[in-house]
Write a protein that binds this ligand. Structure first.
Ligand code: NAP
Length: 559
């Protein structure tokens, strides 16, 4: 029997869900409260309440090869890091190519999702909606996929900021920041050093008289531009990920932090946190050190209080005549249309098996998709979750016992609490490769690297040493895509393509990406030996130095 699936939200996760439902022969109906697709990524000057919203200039911080859906590469000529308008172009192409729009009911708000009275027998859901004309309707679905993202509710912690009611300037959450124009020549404080705080401080610093960036714990700053100018997120491979799990945490942090400090000294720039690099969600900003060095941004500690138009910081310093305060203090998530007996959220935390499935349900017929904050790109992860969930709905993926489900949830909660600094922003963290592999193994789409190395060495080597691009999960098993192999072998061409804006005399006509990543992996391997083998240690050079030397020789891949 065909199963009808309600997909709530037509953003990046919702689109992937519709596509995966169709692939699995299910019948999706997507309810989207606004009048278009794209969710968070569709810029709107005046967004509807309870809808995520971005600023005009946002450029994504994951590269196009790492963020695309696994069977639909982003056009070769698109830049590696895309402006939000290009991300929307890509989503439109995806929706067009797979004819997804016909499954979407726009301007339709989901009011309530409740288990049907016969849920224990049928596993079905009542979904109550409000249409554009205000009419309410109730529909029955066999399954529900919740795809509303986790940036709906701005976190505005005003109680932590005494005297804010006396503040004479303007203040708002980063969700309401759109462009810097209004703030030319003004004095601004930005609170919070996540990616929003960093982006907004940098942008404002180009027009404002002075920007103060306030942080309660500092941050390590990564950049988009990696060694030799290739996207940083493409320098991580399956091999480096394996090593990441082999090397001691402190050693690994030390190597990465020393590299970051070579770009600019975090202590000198007053950004140095007490925690280690992998204890926090990454902050990516190529421009911040430049703005600090040119004095347009001053890094400050946490705000202690507001007094009229002055801001008093915890180190006792006072900045007077502040015109604007931007609270870049993050977001919280919630599911107002779901009864708390199905899914409850407290302190920005919830309990979901594989970050998707509420564990208490008699039937696994409701999932949350995209409720993850990855070290990596979210779109391919949402897509993988959708592939997993649709097969669970069909009974093709068997779930473990309730005991094992609860153990898995607990183990993940414990690991997150152990690794990350205590903050409400660290409740849904996942690592890209391990999490993708975990789901892929259950679906049967995880590539077998050893077998590929023997059968198709060129591809096998690309998979082991190259970036873990999403195409890897379309090489075999359910949902296999014929174009996957070619997409992997041409991924570096698509990196280079948008850069070919002027002809230059190539020193070498063809560089293999393996030449870029082999030495990097070899250096990492060397580091592992160095650290593990105490007797070898005296014979080997400092791994950070080795990495540095090798990086100096890295060629730009493919011309
Ligand atoms: P976020 O990552 O949650 O960062 C919030 C910041 O506010 C943190 O520095 C946090 O400090 C601070 N904060 C929260 N409550 C505070 C309080 N009471 N007092 C002082 N400081 C407080 O939020 P975000 O920057 O808006 O980012 C949200 C998500 O969007 C992230 O996944 C981010 O990567 C993504 N994003 C991406 C881009 C891009 O791709 N270009 C741009 C913007 C955002 P603690 O760490 O101490 O809690």
């Amino acid at each position: 029997m065909v199963k009808r699936v309600a997909v709530i939200g037509a953003g990046s996760s919702g689109l992937a869900c519709i596509k995966c439902c169709v692939d699995e022969g299910l019948e999706p109906v997507c309810f989207e409260s606004s009048d278009d697709i794209g969710g968070l990524w569709r810029f709107k000057e005046n967004p509807e309440p309870d809808r995520a919203s971005i600023y005009h200039s946002v450029i994504i911080n994951t590269s196009k090869e790492m963020m695309c859906y696994s069977d639909f590469p982003i056009p070769a000529d698109f830049p590696n890091f895309m402006h939000n308008s290009l991300i929307m172009d890509y989503f439109r192409m995806y929706a067009e190519h797979f004819q997804l729009r016909r499954f979407i009911r726009f301007q339709t708000k989901v009011l309530q999702v409740t288990p049907r009275p016969d849920f224990s027998h049928s596993g079905q859901w009542d979904v109550e909606i409000e249409c554009a004309d205000g009419q309410r309707e109730k529909h029955v679905f066999d399954a529900v996929m919740v795809c509303i993202g986790h940036h709906c509710y701005p976190n505005m912690p005003l109680k932590d900021f005494p005297g804010i009611d006396t503040f004479k300037g303007k203040y708002f959450h980063s969700r309401d920041y759109k462009t810097p124009d209004e703030w030319r020549g003004k004095r601004v404080v930005v609170i919070g050093i996540g990616n929003s705080g960093g982006d907004i401080a940098v942008e404002l610093s180009r027009v404002a008289k002075q920007v103060f960036l306030s942080t309660r714990r500092g941050s390590w700053i990564l950049n988009r531009v990696g060694p030799n100018g290739i996207p940083l997120d493409m320098t991580f491979s399956r091999l480096t990920d394996m090593l990441r799990h082999t090397l001691p945490f402190d050693f690994l942090c030390g190597v990465v932090e020393s590299q970051l400090n070579k770009r600019f000294n975090h202590e000198l720039y007053r950004l140095q946190p007490e925690h280690r690099i992998f204890n926090q969600h990454p902050m990516v900003n190529d421009d911040l050190p430049n703005r600090i060095l040119s004095g347009t941004i001053a890094v400050k500690p946490n705000v202690q209080k507001f007094q009229g138009s002055s801001v008093v910081f915890e180190d006792g310093t006072v900045e007077a005549d502040i015109d604007l305060v931007v609270f870049a203090t993050g977001y919280t998530f919630g599911f107002p249309f779901l009864p708390s007996s199905v899914l409850s959220v407290s302190g920005n935390k919830t309990s979901l098996y594989k970050y998707m499935l509420p564990p208490g349900l008699e039937h696994p017929s409701l999932v949350v998709i995209g409720l993850i904050q990855p070290l990596g790109a979210i779109m391919p992860i949402s897509e993988m979750q959708a592939r997993w969930a649709t097969r669970v709905f069909k009974g093709l993926n068997k779930l473990p016992s309730m005991n094992d489900i609860l153990k898995d949830i607990k183990a993940k909660e414990n690991a997150m609490a152990k690794r990350y600094v205590l903050s409400q922003r660290h409740t849904i963290q996942v690592d890209y490769i391990p999490y993708m592999d975990e789901l892929a193994r259950q679906i049967g789409v995880r590539p077998n690297v050893l077998s590929l190395l023997l059968r198709d060495p060129k591809l096998g080597l690309s998979i082991l040493f190259g970036p873990c691009t999403p195409y890897q999960f379309r090489l075999c098993g359910p949902g296999q895509w014929k174009g996957a192999r070619q997409a992997i072998l041409t991924q570096w061409d698509r990196v280079a393509q948008p850069l070919k804006t002027r002809s230059v005399k190539d020193k070498e006509s063809s560089h293999s990406h393996l030449r870029l990543l082999l030495p990097l992996s070899a250096a990492a391997l060397l580091s592992a030996v160095y650290y593990r083998g105490a007797s070898l240690a005296s014979l080997l050079p400092d791994p950070a130095v080795v990495l540095d030397r090798i990086r100096a020789y890295l060629p730009l891949p493919t011309q």
